[in-house]
Write a protein that binds this ligand. Structure first.
Ligand code: 5GP
Length: 209
């Protein structure tokens, strides 16, 4: 008897209210683990200073984005703050099919679309894991949003209002990470990923040959 170790990779869908710290946590986890890929999303919003096409996002016109929708190239897409954002199937499935793990930093609407699609799609059901990152309290979220010093008072109020709505989705996720302290959260997410690599659902059918 021998063991076939060619398992399916996992798609780690990470979302949470803005200001919860998901981007910093995912970047640090990727740096520490070294072998988790990142799904580069498509967007129609213009690049911010320092953002690189193909690294931070694939920056597309509305026409280009809508063409990809009609070609069924997205696992999910959503309109966020007036712009399209979407995850390409190729960014995720090309990796998971080769046994690689990949992060998806997407909003809650997108995560819920993938959750629904996975009900009728056994491949998606096998490879996806849903992680919700939350701040320890509303007061702390407000403190963090103000600390960024990049948003106006109006934007901060909008984000706080949106986060009160978003936080209600926590039960739809498989894992909840309360981000009290960055280094500790990074460590807990690395440990979670290591444990999930042993999930039987991603093992090959012919595990024992
Ligand atoms: P930003 O414009 O600040 O980079 O992102 C705005 C929001 O869009 C964030 O909440 C981010 O998680 C979300 N987002 C980024 N990429 C995608 C995607 O591919 N799909 C969806 N649904 N949301 C995304």
């Amino acid at each position: 008897m021998s063991v076939n170790d060619k398992q399916l990779g996992m798609a780690l869908i990470v979302s949470g209210p803005s200001g919860a710290g998901k981007t910093s946590i995912c970047q640090k986890v990727r740096h520490e683990m070294g072998d988790v890929a990142f799904s580069v999303s498509c967007t129609t919003r213009p690049p911010r200073s320092g953002e690189i096409d193909g690294k931070d996002y694939f920056f597309l016109s509305r026409e280009q984005f809508e063409k990809k929708i009609s070609q069924n190239q997205f696992i999910e897409f959503a309109e966020v703050f007036g712009n399209y954002y979407g995850t390409l199937k190729s960014e995720v499935l090309d990796r998971t099919r080769c046994g690689r793990d990949v992060f998806l930093d997407i909003d809650i609407q997108g995560a819920m679309q993938i959750r629904e699609a996975s009900v009728n799609d056994p491949e998606l059901a096998k490879c996806t894991e849903f992680v919700f990152i939350v701040p320890p309290s509303r007061q702390e979220l407000e403190r963090r949003l103000r600390g960024r010093q990049s948003d106006s008072e109006e934007q901060i109020c909008k984000r706080l209002e949106k986060s009160s709505y978003e936080i209600k989705f926590w039960k739809k996720y498989d894992y909840i990470l309360i981000n009290n302290e960055l280094e500790d959260s990074v460590c807990r997410l690395c440990n979670l990923i290591q444990s999930l690599r042993s999930a039987s659902k991603r093992m090959p059918e012919d595990l024992f040959k």
